[in-house]
Design a binder for this molecule. Structure first.
Ligand code: NAD
Ligand code: DAU
Length: 347
């Protein structure tokens, strides 16, 4: 397909979250003229401080609203050239707790509401569904699922994301909407909510708090810098084909276990290995390995730039230099989740 024209207006959902905010910062750097509308409900994971220097721009507008709310969504899709759907409940551990219906509600139904508005009111726009490699489930070594791999999600989170992918692809086939789906591996970097492994372990290490390593730490995740992910998303929006799925991943060689990543964090923070606290039973159904084949996105010209050692070092530097950002989170409502989940105070 021909390269798509530069968009004049982009609707981003979930742009106050970790990856959505990186995407907005990158889009703004590339094209200061583009209009960006950010639909974000500001759940516990959203934070307008993830968008420094952007919130005052006349070409940026944040709408505090819900992707599940038809009228709100209808009022926003009308002028969008691109719709990029990040908004989701994103944490696996919250999805395995009681009362996790928000995962189905936001991730599946929210995606439906957004797509249905696009179909009716803005069928000519490009729609990118931000998906996850977790939909392929636990992948035995040395398999590398490509985009046609059977979906086999393990957690309520990944099952809801698989449902969202299916809804999106159904709108492409049934209604001819210009939908694409990306499926990325684990991201890390600045502004990641400190419930996820890397920012949790870094911030706990910086405060000499226990580091709760699950189930022996032998699990594999294909860690990718968030900037590399967002570069891939921009490329898909510019050059991807309608109705197609694109895996995105670092393809770390060698693959790194959680324990090895934890050791990198300890080295960069100077914290003691005695902080590692082995925990069991906190992640029921724990997937042992994620991995994806990435030939398709690489054929568009994408290559991840950051290597993991360097990426962890610079991420540690960011958290060390931005204590105010994460201390505000860790001393707020997050404490309740932490105490309930880990059975000990967050600080
Ligand atoms: P996040 O939890 O940091 O941010 C989610 C954002 O969505 C928040 O700003 C929140 O306020 C907003 N939101 C939640 N429910 C909403 C609703 N009903 N209406 C409007 N806004 C709502 O998530 P993240 O880590 O940035 O992930 C973003 C997307 O990328 C998700 O779809 C996730 O499944 C996907 N993904 C994440 C990773 C990862 O490693 N973090 C990897 C692959 C894919
Ligand atoms: O693979 C992409 C997915 O990556 C995204 O779709 C999700 O939104 C994102 O949260 C992430 O999911 P994971 O479950 O892989 O990420 P998390 O950081 O929660 O866990 C990574 C690994 O670290 C996993 O094997 C569990 C382990 N872990 C996690 C936490 C929070 C621990 O050992 N201790 C912890 O306290």
């Amino acid at each position: 397909m021909e390269k798509s024209l530069a968009p004049r207006s982009v609707l981003v959902t979930g742009g106050c979250g970790f990856i959505g905010s990186c995407f907005i910062r990158m889009l703004r750097d590339r094209d200061p003229e583009v209009e960006i509308v950010n639909l974000d409900l500001l759940t516990y994971a959203g934070n307008p401080e993830n968008l420094p220097g952007i919130t005052d721009s006349p070409r940026y507008r944040w709408v505090r609203g819900d992707v599940r709310h038809e009228e709100t969504v209808e009022s926003l899709v009308g002028s969008a050239d691109w719709v990029v759907h990040f908004a989701a409940e994103s944490h696996v551990d919250r999805s395995t707790a009681a009362k996790a219906g928000a995962f189905v509600d936001t991730n599946v139904y929210g995606t439906f509401v957004l797509l249905d508005a696009v179909r009716r009111l803005r069928p000519e726009c490009r729609y990118l569904q931000i998906g996850t490699d977790e939909v392929y489930g636990d992948v035995a070594f040395p398999q590398m699922p490509d985009e046609g791999w059977m979906l086999d999600p393990s957690s309520p989170y990944s099952a809801s994301k698989a449902g969202a992918d299916h809804i999106a692809l159904a709108f492409a086939r049934t209604h001819g909407v210009d939908v694409m789906v990306s499926r990325c591996t684990n991201n890390y970097g600045a502004y990641q909510y400190p419930e996820k492994m890397i920012p949790l372990f870094i911030t706990n290490a910086l405060d000499s708090l226990p580091i709760p390593l699950y189930d022996g730490g032998g699990q594999i995740r294909d860690w990718l810098r968030v900037e590399d992910h967002c570069e891939a998303l921009l490329l898909i929006l510019e050059e991807g084909r309608p109705g197609e799925i694109y895996n995105v991943g670092a393809n770390q060689e060698p693959e790194r276990t959680n324990l090895e990543v934890t050791e990198m964090i300890l080295e960069c923070t100077g914290a003691s290995a005695s902080l590692i606290e082995h925990r069991h039973g906190l992640r029921p159904g724990h997937d042992q390995r994620y991995a994806v084949a990435t030939e398709k996105i690489r054929a568009l010209g994408w290559t991840p730039r950051a290597d993991i050692q360097e990426g962890i070092a610079s991420t540690v530097r960011w958290y060390a230099e931005n204590r105010g950002w994460w201390e505000a989170i860790k001393s707020g409502a997050y404490r309740e989740f932490y105490e309930a989940h880990y059975g000990r105070p967050a600080s």
